[in-house]
Design a binder for this molecule. Structure first.
Ligand SMILES: Cc1cc2nc3c(=O)[nH]c(=O)nc-3n(C[C@H](O)[C@H](O)[C@H](O)COP(=O)(O)OP(=O)(O)OC[C@H]3O[C@@H](n4cnc5c(N)ncnc54)[C@H](O)[C@@H]3O)c2cc1C
Length: 501
């Protein structure tokens, strides 16, 4: 049943993890005529990881009208300028590179010179094509400067966050309840389907029936409504993303509070380091086909200098892939119930935000019908697949040779047509960025991100060591840009100082 404005009269959200409470807040803020209930299980709990974001989380908080100062202190949150990838390449000078978020200085000043020098480097010229030299956000990160400039600085800088996921859930739950969302505790045992295939109610273990006009499945990897009840197909990404497990260990914060996530390649996967206000969150994402749970824990402890520590480790399994339809019948899946790629670029909450907000728009525009269901599903699928391709590329072009895991990743030719096209353009095009737009390959990541990744791992021809070529003009331009970026940096505050404002 629908309200006069085309919104459902009653929505039931199943699951109270970050995805469930994000959905509850967005719906409660925008669909004021809809009664919203959320059921969650105290016994099952939440996954309790997922502590880094992309700039999409800022868009989410803007959409529900919550300022940084309202939620960040409560969630021990810090700012994030991007991600450093450490030890994914063994090429001298390229052992580490930074993947920055976007800044308005990019397109006007910095990216054109980056592309120009990549092109020169492609022709063998011995010019500087390391991405860390070209972006304001890389400079901010190197110098522990937060992403909020002085008011007089005319260029915007996009940013993400690091946060305590349990606290974020509590904050969002409180806010949603204040907006009128009804919170119910119970274990969902079953879901009932009507003759037309729509869901009519979920049944709790104690026999209670919870009816609704529309259902949001936020039940995590269980995917209770979408996969288990409505039997929507699932597409695994295991063929090109090998990792299926993680081990998580917190550690003490350092004196300096980084403004970035660090993703360090280890023997059979990679470790994240996420700075919160009170601790580092750390985890090792790996594949059980190559290393077992105990070896992974020991290696992470070694990496963190915690071999003799009795800090407890948490072990998690991950399902990597996505369902084929995110909106089906009168149900929408959001969060881990719709799929998960792997946390290398911290994209999951951004995908959740896109899923809910795009669905709300489609639903209202179609006046409560399923008219835009196919277009919506195609779009969300292409977002998932685009992010998957970018993450697969990190593994495909890794420059390590120290284990079967890394060698098999590099040798894996099970990659999508789009990724193949992007790699072909990188190696052959005279205008990589222009051609990416021309061939519509920019859905999830812009050419700048691809160029950072590929130049960052030095997927470039060998330098021409011919000393008779004069590189001084190139170097002067790079020096000029460095000076411009340094002067831009004068408008930004130290990260810790920014957090105490
Ligand atoms: C190792 C790892 C690292 C990650 N890192 C990042 C990151 O850096 N950035 C990022 O954006 N994302 C990350 N993610 C993903 C992120 O954790 C999730 O997207 C996010 O926490 C949302 O999860 P969720 O709400 O979908 O699921 P959950 O947190 O699992 O919540 C599921 C909810 O459903 C309820 N439920 C389940 N079954 C039932 C039932 N039968 N009855 C009643 N209730 C039920 C549970 O109790 C819970 O409330 C990571 C994930 C993993 C595995």
């Amino acid at each position: 049943m629908l309200n006069n404005d085309g919104t459902p009269k009653k929505i039931l959200i199943v699951g109270g993890g970050t995805a469930g409470w994000m959905a509850a807040n967005l719906l409660a803020c925008k669909w004021r005529n809809t009664e919203i209930c959320l059921v969650e299980s105290k016994e099952i709990g939440i996954i309790g990881v997922g502590e880094g974001s992309t700039p999409h989380l800022k868009l989410f908080f803007d959409a529900i009208d919550v300022a940084d100062s309202q939620w960040m202190p409560r969630c021990n949150a810090t700012y994030k300028n991007g991600i450093t990838f450490d030890k994914w390449s063994t090429n001298a000078g390229f052992e580490s590179y930074f993947h920055p978020f976007a800044a308005q200085t990019d397109d006007i000043f910095t990216v054109p010179l980056f592309y120009k020098n990549i092109q020169a480097r492609m022709q063998g010229y011995n010019v500087n094509a390391h991405p860390d030299n070209y972006f304001l956000e890389s400079y901010l990160s190197r110098n522990n400067l937060g992403p909020l400039p002085a008011e007089s600085f005319p260029f915007g800088v996009a940013y993400g966050y690091h946060f305590d996921s349990a606290r974020l859930g509590q904050f969002l739950a409180e806010k949603a309840e204040n907006l009128g969302v009804k919170r119910i505790y119970g274990n969902v045992d079953d879901a009932l389907i009507k003759n037309d295939g729509d869901l009519s109610a979920v049944k709790l273990k104690d026999g209670t029936l919870l009816e609704a006009d529309f259902f949001i499945d936020c039940s995590g990897f269980n995917s209770l409504l979408m996969k288990k009840t409505l039997k929507v197909n699932y597409k695994s990404f295991k063929d090109n993303l090998f990792n299926d497990s993680a081990v998580v260990i917190p550690s003490e914060l350092s004196q300096i509070l980084p403004v970035e996530t660090k993703a360090t390649a280890l023997s059979n996967g990679w470790a994240w380091q996420i700075p919160l206000r009170n601790r580092f969150g750390n985890g090792y994402v790996y594949s059980r086909d190559y290393i077992d749970l105990n070896q992974a824990e020991t290696e992470l402890r070694q990496h963190l200098g915690l071999l003799d520590s009795d800090v407890e480790a948490r072990h998690l399994k991950m399902k990597v892939g996505r369902i084929e339809k995110h909106w089906h019948k009168n149900c929408l899946a959001v969060g881990l119930s719709q799929g998960f790629i792997e946390p290398l670029e911290a994209t999951a909450l951004g995908l959740s935000f896109n899923t809910i907000s795009q669905f709300m728009q489609c639903f209202v525009e179609s006046k409560g019908t399923n008219k835009f269901e196919d277009a919506f599903n195609n779009d969300i699928n292409s977002k998932f697949d685009g992010i998957r391709d970018y993450i697969v590329c990190h593994y495909k072009v890794n420059q390590r040779n120290d284990s079967e895991y890394w060698r098999n990743n590099a040798a894996n030719n099970n990659i999508s047509d789009n990724l193949n096209k992007i790699l072909t353009l990188w190696n052959n095009s005279q205008d990589f960025a222009g051609d990416m737009y021309k061939y519509k390959l920019t859905g999830s990541y812009k050419p700048k991100s691809w160029a950072c990744l590929l130049a960052g791992y030095v997927v470039l021809p060998k330098q021409n060591m011919d000393q008779s070529i004069d590189y001084s003009a190139h170097q002067q331009e790079v020096d000029g840009l460095s000076d411009f970026i340094r002067r831009c940096g004068l408008n930004f505050k130290n990260h810790r100082e920014l957090l105490t404002l």
